[in-house]
Design a protein around this ligand. Structure first.
Ligand code: ZN
Length: 291
């Protein structure tokens, strides 16, 4: 192999996006495959990469929960998940055995945070948070160039929030916590309460105020913990027209002028758009490359 080539995987709950990139991050080839049962999906992934040669490293940015501790026998496995069939699925092992190259695993949101820090909306910032608010809610962080990992990866989508006074009767949709961020603001929780997506509800519907208030509460909590340079909000729910502006306005008020960061400019849409996932995988793969 003359030039380094990287295998890229954005593993999601409904689809896997696969790509091959050169050393500059130029995507030479890409495809998407549906997320079926693990055997089928992992088999299709190995076949696609196998038909495209050898790799210097593979970056795997995946839905979670996933084991990130390289010392654990479960490294690169999906942990306990509500997604049928996927608990215990080994994503990284088959890649490592088949292609005999480093496989760098992180969460999809940590990968997106790393890509946004390197090339996108968070460029040049010391602390960048990335949230996706869609079918579920996940959050990742990059601090001084590294993704945040603790005992496991961050589970910021399960942060607890105060309740909106006009939303006290809803128990929340999270099977573990009820009314955590995901249980209150993800797509299924919105549909549960109002029978439509946020985008399909008229702009004067109270749901817009309630959901933007919860996300703004999340933002000011994250400001208190991290003082991020950028907090990036992506995902299907965040694509609702006007939502990010409502969040900005409320976060400024809720913050009371206390934080160093100004919520009106700190809150950002993703800079890399649809490429954030694959570029996250590229950023992970590249981190394995020799200096
Ligand atoms: Zn939860």
């Amino acid at each position: 192999m003359n030039e380094p080539r990287y295998g890229l995987i954005e593993a999601g709950g409904t689809k896997f996006v696969l790509g091959v990139a050169d050393a500059n991050g130029t995507i030479l080839d890409r495809t998407r495959i549906p997320t079926l049962m693990p055997d089928e999906t992992i088999g299709a992934m190995l076949e696609w990469f196998g038909a495209r040669g050898a790799y210097s490293a593979i970056g795997l940015a995946t839905f979670g929960p996933v084991e990130l501790d390289p010392a654990s026998p479960q490294w690169g496995h999906i942990l306990k998940t509500a997604k049928p069939g996927w608990t215990g699925a080994d994503l990284a092992g088959p890649l490592q055995r088949r292609f005999a190259c480093p496989v760098i695993v992180d969460t999809d949101v940590n990968g997106a945070a790393l890509a946004e820090t390197t090339w996108g909306a968070g460029k040049g910032e010391q602390v960048v948070l990335y949230f996706t608010i869609g079918t579920g809610v996940g959050g990742g962080a990059v601090i001084n160039g590294r993704t945040l990992r603790g005992k496991g990866h961050p589970e910021m989508g399960h942060f607890r929030l105060p309740r909106h006074p006009d939303d006290l009767n809803y128990a929340g949709k999270c099977p573990f916590h009820g009314d955590c961020v995901e249980g209150l603001t993800a797509g299924p929780a919105i549909f549960d309460r109002w029978g439509k997506t946020l985008s399909d509800l008229p702009p004067d519907h109270p749901a817009h105020d309630i959901i933007s208030w919860y996300i703004a509460q999340l933002v000011v909590s994250m400001q208190a913990i991290f003082e991020p340079g950028k907090l990036i909000l992506g995902g299907g729910v965040m694509a609702t027209p006007g939502l990010i502006d409502r969040v900005r306005e409320k976060a400024v008020k809720l913050g009371g002028g206390y934080f160093r960061s100004d919520a009106s400019t700190m809150i950002s849409a993703p800079g890399l758009g649809d490429n954030a996932g694959l570029m996250g995988a590229f950023a992970l793969a590249q981190s394995a490359a020799p200096e």
